[in-house]
Design a protein around this ligand. Structure first.
Ligand code: SF4
Length: 361
């Protein structure tokens, strides 16, 4: 399952655990409180450079700059949708584009975060799949997306220093193919000396890599979402190649044994595709598949893309599908489409421009 990652050998302080950072700073002959100061600069204030760490001596800042780095994600472009959604395009240090989507609502401000540059999973309905995989993002790069957006949003609303309330790892990439960097980033986000993000406000979504679902349940206490999108193996094989390796029976078995805290549910994302997975028979099969699982089903009317052959469903069909699930006692909602006009909606992230840039390399 190993995927290519950042090859820069200089240690990245942003991706280090608190203990690893303390160890690194002590090897520079510094007192432990220096490591605590640096950790707060990195994870509470989202510092972009050692120069910003103004309570460190100039000499220490210069030593840090000579021996370490801070992974950075420069905001390259921000597109604002008519519904308030903002798509942030970041440029990595090796000149690739990555996107994250900020979705403000009255009671929450959610960021959809990317974990890979591109994605190798090949889901037929997804624009990111077209890019293939370039590499994994480092833990520091995953965090940098969050810290940059947090800063940008806090700057808009100065009364709120902790602008983001919810994180969903559903952007570009399959998070479970970048498991170690993902879980390092989650631990740092939840550190009380950093942003102190609540575990229950972080959801990680997978296309269905069964062994990693087990590992995620054993090693973290965050919420799980499954990109389901089909009610039979034949449908899912055609839409999501991962199903040929981990068919529906194995996927739902992993969900049944997933350790769920009381009151929590596993979210199942189901993109409704016209004429493919949207009938009441599909709804009945979804009900049977999810029997016995504390489940919430998010129905997502497909976001059409001119270069992909799939069509969205009429709202009445989405509502009929939802009502069928509700009558069977499932929690089911039709998800509002956010940022459709700026290609920020589900399955639309493709960092336009990357192909052009890569072609010139
Ligand atoms: S839907 Fe998710 S897992 Fe599938 S190709 Fe797109 S980004 Fe990758």
């Amino acid at each position: 399952m190993d995927q290519p990652s950042d090859t820069n050998a200089t240690p990245d302080l942003r991706g280090m655990s608190r203990d690893a950072l303390a160890d690194f700073i002590s090897r520079l002959g510094q007192k432990p409180f220096r490591a605590r100061q640096i950790f707060a600069w990195l994870h509470r204030r989202g510092a972009r450079s050692f120069d910003e760490m103004t309570d460190l001596s100039l000499e220490l800042r210069q030593r840090l700059a000579a021996t370490a780095r801070l992974s950075a994600m420069d905001v390259d472009e921000v597109q604002i949708s008519s519904d308030g959604t903002r798509k942030f395009r970041f440029r990595t240090v090796d000149d690739h584009f990555v996107e994250a989507v900020f979705m403000p609502e009255t009671d929450r401000r959610t960021l959809c975060v990317s974990t890979q540059i591109g994605c190798p999973m090949g889901c037929a309905f997804c624009r990111t799949a077209r890019l293939g995989l370039t590499r994994n993002l480092t833990a520091g790069e995953i965090l940098a997306q969050i810290y940059e957006v947090n800063r940008a949003v806090a700057a808009i609303d100065e009364s709120d220093k902790r602008a983001l309330t919810n994180l969903v790892f559903m952007g570009m990439g399959e998070p479970f193919l970048n498991f170690d960097n993902l879980t390092n980033a989650l631990a740092l986000l939840q550190d009380d000396a950093g942003l102190n993000f609540s575990r229950r406000h972080i959801t990680v979504s997978t296309s269905g890599i069964v062994p990693m679902i087990d590992r995620f349940g054993a090693e973290t206490d965050n919420k799980l979402a499954i990109s389901l999108n089909a009610s039979t193996d034949a449908q899912r094989d055609a839409l999501m190649p991962v199903n040929r390796r981990y068919p529906l029976a194995d996927l739902v078995a992993a969900c049944r044994r997933f350790p769920l805290r009381q009151g929590r549910r596993i979210t199942f994302e189901y993109v409704l595709l016209d004429g493919l997975n949207d009938t009441l028979d599909d709804a009945r099969r979804v009900i049977a598949l999810l029997r016995g699982i504390e489940a919430k089903v998010n129905l997502i009317p497909y976001n059409e893309s001119p270069d992909l052959p799939f069509r969205s469903v009429p709202m009445e069909r989405a509502e009929a599908f939802r009502d069928h699930l509700l009558r069977a006692g499932l929690v089911a909602v039709i998800r509002k489409n956010r940022g459709r006009d700026i290609l920020a909606a589900c399955g639309q992230l493709a960092a336009q421009g990357i192909a052009r840039d890569q072609a010139t390399n």
